[in-house]
Design a protein around this ligand. Sequence first.
Ligand code: IMP
Length: 417
Amino acid sequence: MVRMSARAIVGMQFGDEGKGKIVDYLASASDMVVRFQGGSNAGHTVVVNGKTYKFHLVPSGVLHGKISVIATGVVLDPAVLVEEMEHLEQNGYDTSVIRVSRRAYLVLPYHREMDAWEEGLKGDVKVGTTRRGIGPAYEDRAARIALRVHDLESEEKLRRKLRLALRFRRACMGVEFGEEEILEQLKEQFERFRDLLCDSEILVNRAIDSGREVLFEGAQGTFLDVDHGTYPFVTSSSTIAGGACTGAGVPPWKVCQVLGVAKAYTTRVGEGPLPTEIEGGEAERLRERGGEFGATTGRPRRVGWLDLPLLRYAALVNGVKEIALTKVDVLAGRSTIPVATAYRVGGREVLYPPPDLEGVEPVYVEMEGWSESEVEDCLSGEIPEPIKEYVALVEKATSARVTIISLGKDREKTVVL
Ligand code: IMP
């Protein structure tokens, strides 16, 4: 019997948990890396030999020369794909390993304008989107007027479908978008990636069936999931492990392992509740130390302490059995570190987040802190007691094992337990 080995890597918080680094770390021992949802709203930062690469669309596996699949559940902005391919090529990377699903949906220039327009309508319930047109592209998908990558293969089909989509936009926004201009841009961009098209469902399933190591690279995080996140302050796709099945077209039983990535504290970019949020000088120090500025938009991230009710829920809905705990070094230098173990809601203590996080009160414990030199000890394989206790607290809350501790941006700053 062929040993199957497909693993989903998902964010357990609000994105920016450091998935890019973990995927990059695991990609070297894999054969294929698959993006299954989201689009160029993602911002995966990977540091190789001191050089920083920021990916929005292309799976991070490309840095290891692994087959890097943009699967059907992704909304693909052709302009971003071409830009990232050029950037990679200029840095000596082989982009012929990229594969693009014929069934993936296109993000078109008007989606970005629509994103800004919709945010404008929302007033004080703005989501604070990345303005990459992600929500509107998924709206077109649900409305069954979206263009898919395979439409680019026929000019006649492309024109017909674009005309329909633009008719909807005109009716809804009262704006006329230039059909010819969009068409010409798309044709030109398509020439750059025409040779990379694939039927990703067949490609990915065959790879799993033949025993190849496949990584599903989640983007954003559990609490930005359209169903399980802090709705309406979410993105428009399924960011949880189940999204790998729908987005890549693989059955649930083939995704054998789920690794959750959790930062040692919590951050969020954009609007919406963040129960353990801190402000003022303490927040600024954490933000500076952790470089907590959005990889896609450059916005300062909101910061807060580790929130175990969120991790508990994320472990549950994703089926997380292993955790990579990241940015443990950023917390160094504090005598104690607060961690939320539960919430107080209407006078009761609860262990899981309620559907609306507005007004929940975190219940904290103070954990012993660690020093910079203890971070160094950790890197040489000697895990200091306070870090062990922090890890044990996370493991107890999630019933999962922390198998990776990340203590810095570089590949080398990683400890496998
Ligand atoms: P959208 O995905 O651009 O529609 O934005 C929806 C929400 O998700 C906003 O709060 C964004 O800031 C957030 N978001 C989207 N992508 C990411 C990401 O990769 N990391 C962190 N937050 C994200």
